[in-house]
Write a protein of this length. Structure first.
Lengths: 110, 114
């Protein structure tokens, strides 16, 4: 069974640009969660999608947004990038409580 | 607000030297407590879910236990390949049958020397 996949692996952007990150959960997992792991800050919850709907979002500005597609894959968009957005972005899929993480996308903003 | 505190921040052990990692939590209605292992630059790898006080789960050299206020991850006779960051997270009830976000602790960096 294929695990959670994320693309791209690495992404380098400049301040003010937009970034798009993608995630495909394990087959059968209908919920997708996004987390940010910045250096020294631990994993911070960003967004939760379930059955195509946004269910909850963390304490992040509106320039962090996303969506979930009919096949349950998901996209995270970050607009007007700032230097402090540099982090490892992790997505996790779940069908019930346990969340299974992908390898992450390393976003670097210069 | 849900909170998770892990201790110690870092732990250095000799191969074969058993020890425990602590995870203290406060949550408004615990749905589950999760342990993950994370290697540098990679995504967290799921280890255990504990749902109620008194529950224990084991996997190879690892054993997780849960009380109403904290969880322990016991490592018996560790090997160098057990070196990683161990993360604890809690999940609160999100309403109905929904499973909500995880709130993570800062993690314990475990280093096992041969």
């Amino acid at each position: 069974e294929a695990g959670v996949t994320q693309s791209p692996t690495h992404l380098i952007k400049t301040r003010g640009q937009q970034a798009t990150l993608r995630c495909s959960p394990i087959s059968g997992h209908t919920s997708v969660y996004w987390y940010q792991q910045a250096l020294g800050l631990g994993l911070q919850f960003l967004l939760w999608y379930d059955e195509g709907e946004e269910r909850n979002r963390g304490n992040f500005p509106p320039r962090f947004s996303g969506r979930q597609f009919p096949n349950y894959s998901s996209e995270l968009n970050v607009n007007a990038l700032e230097l402090e957005d540099s982090a490892l972005y992790l997505c996790a899929g779940a069908r019930v409580g346990e969340q299974y993480f992908g390898p992450g996308t390393r976003l670097t903003v210069t | 607000e849900d909170q998770v505190t892990q201790s110690p921040e870092a732990l250095r052990l000799q191969e074969g030297e058993s020890s425990s990692l602590n995870c203290s939590y406060t949550v408004s209605g615990l749905r589950g407590l999760f342990w993950y292992r994370q290697d540098p630059g990679k995504g967290p790898e799921f280890l255990f879910t504990l749902y109620s006080a008194g529950e224990e789960k084991e996997k190879e050299r690892l054993k997780a236990t849960l009380t109403k206020k904290e969880s322990f991850l016991h490592i018996t006779a560790p090997k160098p390949e057990d070196s990683a960051t161990y993360l604890c997270a809690v999940q609160a009830y999100a309403g109905g049958t929904s499973y909500g976000k995880l709130t993570f602790g800062q993690g314990t960096i475990l280093t096992v020397h041969p």
